[in-house]
Ligand binder design. Structure first.
Ligand SMILES: Nc1nc2c(ncn2[C@@H]2O[C@H](COP(=O)(O)OP(=O)(O)OP(=O)(O)O)[C@@H](O)[C@H]2O)c(=O)[nH]1
Ligand SMILES: [Mg+2]
Length: 342
């Protein structure tokens, strides 16, 4: 594969090259991985940053409708918008992706937009790497905004928040029960809560729900990366395109403030470190699951169970012989270790 050629075409903003590169980072084949790593390394220094926006919400809350309307508003302003979807759950069928295509009908045909639905199921770790790398590729292709959509179930929103500059949570109008249903952890990572469907019969309920969430947000611990008034709750209507411009100006205000205050760059640096460490951990765990370590683990496990060897000695044998790591390597970091002189 001609990495240099692909990189040049991505930098020129060619959507076909971008799509091909994302397919490359999605591949599990070892030679593809090597090419993907080389490509990303080649594209690492970029002239401009995209604004990376994570968007989460429970099924049916209106994510696809919102992205279609919001994306079109942005492209209408001359911005180039990429939409990536993350869906680590295996339960979701191709039906939803088909549904998305019809709900993002106009955006998907917009030359200033790029939409990439989530590929088939995979482990969260693999999804994280793939999404992170796809975001990098979109940024290298000169997109101004990269929206990463995730269904609000499980750990995926935390993962997306770790790769986004801003995190939006889309919510449905509803009573107290609805408020209870939102996990505290998700509220804590959100920068802007958008109560959608604030139209027709639901308008009054949406306004009330928004006030409830605003109250709940005020009870959360203040975060260093927030200016006065953030995180905040607002109402929008994706079908009526209402409140979208206001939401966008709030996002920009927040991003600008964070840039000035240094939080924006600091957060990206923290995120890079976080993903590096996650990759190392995952790489080690992956080796445990591959032969010959896997077999040795089973054999030693049996011997431990039979009392033929102690757990500690067995672990040391595995770490030394199969991973070239000694237990001694751990000692300096272990505050419990008695000093040899003691
Ligand atoms: N009244 C009203 N209905 C909306 C609005 N936004 C979305 N809907 C409706 O809510 C339903 C679900 O919308 P989607 O955009 O598919 O929701 P989603 O969050 O993408 O759903 P999943 O992809 O299944 O997770 C559709 O029938 C939409 O027409 C809105 O602003 N107002
Ligand atoms: Mg959808």
């Amino acid at each position: 594969m001609d990495i240099e050629d692909l990189a040049t075409r991505i930098e020129a903003g060619e959507r076909r090259a971008l799509a091909r590169a994302i397919t490359l980072v999605e591949s599990g084949r070892a030679d593809h991985r090597a090419d993907a790593t080389a490509l990303l390394e080649r594209l690492k220094d970029r002239p401009a940053q995209a604004l990376r926006i994570g968007l989460s919400g429970t099924p049916g809350v209106g994510k696809s409708t919102f992205i279609e309307a919001f994306g079109l508003m942005l492209t209408g302003q001359g911005l180039r918008v990429a939409v990536l979807a993350v869906d680590p759950s295996s339960a979701r069928s191709g039906g939803s992706i088909l549904g998305d295509k019809t709900r993002m009908e106009h955006l998907s045909r917009d030359p200033n937009a790029f939409i990439r639905p989530s590929p088939a199921q995979s482990q969260l770790g693999g999804v994280a790497r793939r999404t992170r790398e796809a975001i990098d590729l979109c940024e290298a292709a000169g997109f101004h905004v990269v929206l990463v959509e995730t269904v609000g179930v499980g750990q995926s929103e935390t993962m997306v928040a770790e790769m986004a500059d801003l995190f939006l949570l889309l919510l449905a109008p509803g009573g107290g029960d609805e408020l209870q249903g939102v996990k505290r952890g998700i509220m804590e990572i959100a920068d802007i809560l958008l109560v959608n469907k604030a139209d027709g019969d639901l308008r009054a309920t949406a306004t009330r729900t928004c006030a409830d969430y605003a109250g709940a947000l005020r009870l959360l611990r203040k975060r260093a990366q927030d200016p006065q008034g953030f995180p905040k709750a607002m109402t929008v209507s994706a079908v009526e395109h209402a409140g979208l411009d206001k939401a966008w100006s709030e996002m920009q205000a927040l991003a600008d403030w964070r840039r000035e205050a240094g939080h924006f760059a600091a957060r990206r640096a923290d995120q890079a470190r976080f993903w590096f460490e996650a990759e190392v951990r995952e790489g080690l765990l992956a080796r445990l699951k591959r032969e010959p370590v896997r077999g040795a683990m089973a054999t030693l496990g049996r011997q431990v169970a039979e009392g033929a060897i102690t757990p500690t000695a067995a672990a040391e044998e595995l770490l030394i012989q199969y991973l070239q790591l000694g237990l001694a390597d751990r000692a300096p970091d272990d505050p419990q270790s008695p000093s040899p002189k003691a």
